[in-house]
Design a binder for this molecule. Structure first.
Ligand code: LR7
Ligand code: MN
Length: 575
């Protein structure tokens, strides 16, 4: 005992001295930090507020003539040689970096959001601090650095702990010494490098592991933040520590670098049954819940790249699924997890960040399928079948081991996917997929031909003609479902489509399905009779496989009902 007491005393002494020293340091630091603020006799409240808002770096003076300034589109008159260079830059990054390189790394963007946002005032001293984590893989110089400078120039110094850049094993020379050199002159910027390609999930986690802020804020590496983007997000998280908050993502054009943000209500996230992220407008029930246009908007899912979350809550939720590689799936997985495990996912209409959407994917995204399967296997319960029916190849994908993620779900006592659909995403069309009533819709007379719908624009599902095409068994465009209400649905994508016919043309098109709770319009109603005929109620005709169409492409067409095998149809799940 005595020995124990003797040994302890010096430790205690050190502890006390340490505490006094620490207290002194903190106190004096606080004082010196406030020097500029505590000249209270002269400084008004408003001036003090402005000082608290001060970013880490001020933007250089505005030069309105500079290319792309204020988010204007850049249009260049190029000679042959320059044109060639521009094309090369697009090939390399799927972004016009030739143009990007000519725009200031410090440019300003126009403020186009709701003017009420400007009236919100923040108690800077009580907001949580944040660390911004930006993972990058082979990003172009100017898009990456414009992201970094825009964070430093729009984030209040008092709120930003650091910017952590994570190089996900890039192989481009400009991201080696030149990048080290450039950022070594910047306050609050740290760079760490992965020693192998980790993919965005593990790269972000690597970055998060060295942060010191209370809140983690993730950004893609080709973003431009607006003034005041950070405060609303941190304010909301202070108010609701279980909220994961996204800024509004404004589009920056990959070719002209025009900033395409608009003042209207922002969009929120959903998904379709391929587990692809989709954008939607704010549903009525959510508009009713909000008390003002500057209130957060609850969103079923997030795009994935831009969000803020309390670090402790991120850890409580199990950070990310580290079995996910490269790109894709983690955004929906995290969205489901947030909602099902007691958090909320929100978009703050007053926080705006621009993002360059590239012309097309600049690197292979083949891992996205396995990542989505992991998400489905852990979070979708019985609804995963709806996904698999539409993506038969997903069943064959090697997705690794998800035991730990299922245990996490168990440990946190997370709610079911049914609860999520009913309460968080009631607008999604949920197929019934009754046995024998979904899959390829095949004809008995014109054998091996299937209903096929291939919308030319990924984002416009409705309006085009349904054709007949050789059955491929891959789901997707040849996947239809006969609903309990007598609709032939094309519900692989969101919003769901339903096949419709009229009395004017004999051909069938895909139109939007009715809204929940509304009756099926008669032009979308088909009776799938025992003999295999598909009777269209509105025209009183039957669907027949026709070769002689006006454009030469075989198609289903409404014809007087007959016994022809060309009017007999059946569903088949796979070839
Ligand atoms: O192997 C990789 N390692 C990385 O570090 C692959 C990517 N990355 C980095 C990459 O450099 C970038 O900073 O990760 C970030 C995201 O990759 P992007 O920009 O190629 O993805 P994206 O913008 O096309 O895709 C969206 O969906 C992804 C799904 O995995 C991620 O969640 C992205 O963050 C997400 N981006 C956004 O949400 C911005 C808005 C786009 C939309 C919709
Ligand atoms: Mn991106």
């Amino acid at each position: 005992m005595a020995a124990y007491g003797r040994r302890k005393r010096p430790k205690l002494l050190i502890l006390i001295c340490g505490a006094i020293f620490l207290g002194y340091v903190m106190f004096s630091k606080r004082k010196s930090g406030e020097v500029s603020l505590t000249n209270r006799r002269e400084v008004t409240g408003e001036e003090e507020y402005e000082l608290l808002k001060k970013p880490v770096y001020e933007k250089p003076p505005l030069d309105l003539n500079a290319l792309g300034e204020m988010g204007r589109a850049v249009k260049l008159n190029l000679n042959e040689e320059e044109k060639r260079k521009e094309e090369e830059s697009i090939k390399a990054h799927q972004i016009n970096t030739y143009v990007s390189d000519k725009i200031s790394l410090h440019r300003r963007l126009p403020e186009r959001w709701n003017p009420l946002c400007k009236e919100l005032k923040y108690d800077y001293r009580s907001l949580p601090t944040t660390s911004v984590v930006i993972a990058f893989y082979n990003e172009a110089w100017s898009t990456l650095l414009r992201t970094v400078h825009s964070v430093l120039e729009t984030s209040p110094d008092i709120l930003l702990k650091e910017v952590v850049l994570v190089d996900d094993y890039s192989d481009k020379a400009h991201l080696k010494e030149p990048l080290d050199k450039h950022i070594s002159g910047l306050n609050k910027v740290r760079l760490i490098r992965a020693t192998k390609r980790e993919g965005l999930v593990r790269a972000r986690l690597l970055g998060a592991s060295i942060t010191t802020g209370e809140v983690l804020t993730f950004l893609d590496c080709h973003c431009e933040c607006h003034d005041g983007w950070l405060e609303p997000v941190l304010h909301r998280i202070k108010e609701e520590p279980k909220a994961v908050v996204c800024p509004v993502i404004d589009v920056i054009d990959w070719n002209t670098f025009q900033y395409l943000g608009h003042a209207g209500e922002p969009q929120i996230g959903g998904f379709d049954w391929r587990l692809v992220f989709t954008w939607h407008s704010i549903p009525d029930y959510e508009q009713k819940r909000r008390r003002s246009p500057v209130d957060v908007i609850r969103s079923p899912t997030m795009a994935g790249g831009l969000f803020a979350v309390r670090k402790d809550f991120f850890h409580y939720l199990g950070t990310y699924d580290t079995g996910m590689e490269v790109w894709g799936g983690e955004n929906l997985e995290f969205s489901f997890r947030i909602w099902q495990c007691g958090g909320s996912l929100e978009v703050h209409p007053c926080s705006h960040v621009g993002h360059v959407f590239p012309k097309k994917a600049p690197y292979s995204r083949s891992k996205a399928l396995a990542n989505s399967v992991r998400a489905a296997e852990v979070w979708l319960d019985e609804y995963k079948e709806i996904y698999y029916h539409r993506n038969p190849h997903a069943r064959l994908e090697a997705f690794g081991d998800v035991t730990e993620r299922r245990m996490l779900r168990e440990k946190l006592g997370c709610k079911s996917f049914k609860w999520y659909l009913d309460n968080i995403y009631p607008d999604i069309h949920v197929p019934h997929d009754r046995p024998g009533m979904f899959g390829m819709l095949k004809n008995r007379g014109k054998t091996n031909y299937c209903f096929d719908y291939n919308p030319t624009d990924e984002n416009v599902v409705v309006g085009q003609r349904v054709i007949l095409y050789l059955c491929h068994g891959m789901g997707q465009n040849q996947f239809f479902e006969y609903s309990v209400n007598g609709e032939i649905c094309y519900n692989t994508r969101e919003p769901a489509g339903c096949i419709a016919g009229d009395n004017i043309s004999t051909y069938l098109t895909v139109q939007l399905c009715r809204k929940r709770g509304q009756p099926v319009p008669s032009d979308q109603k088909f009776i799938f009779r025992k003999d295999g005929s598909l009777y269209h109620v509105h025209s009183q005709k039957c669907v027949e496989a026709i070769d002689n169409t006006d454009n030469g492409t075989p198609a289903p067409s409404l014809q007087p009902c007959s016994d022809s095998l060309h009017q007999k149809w059946f569903f088949e799940e796979r070839i």
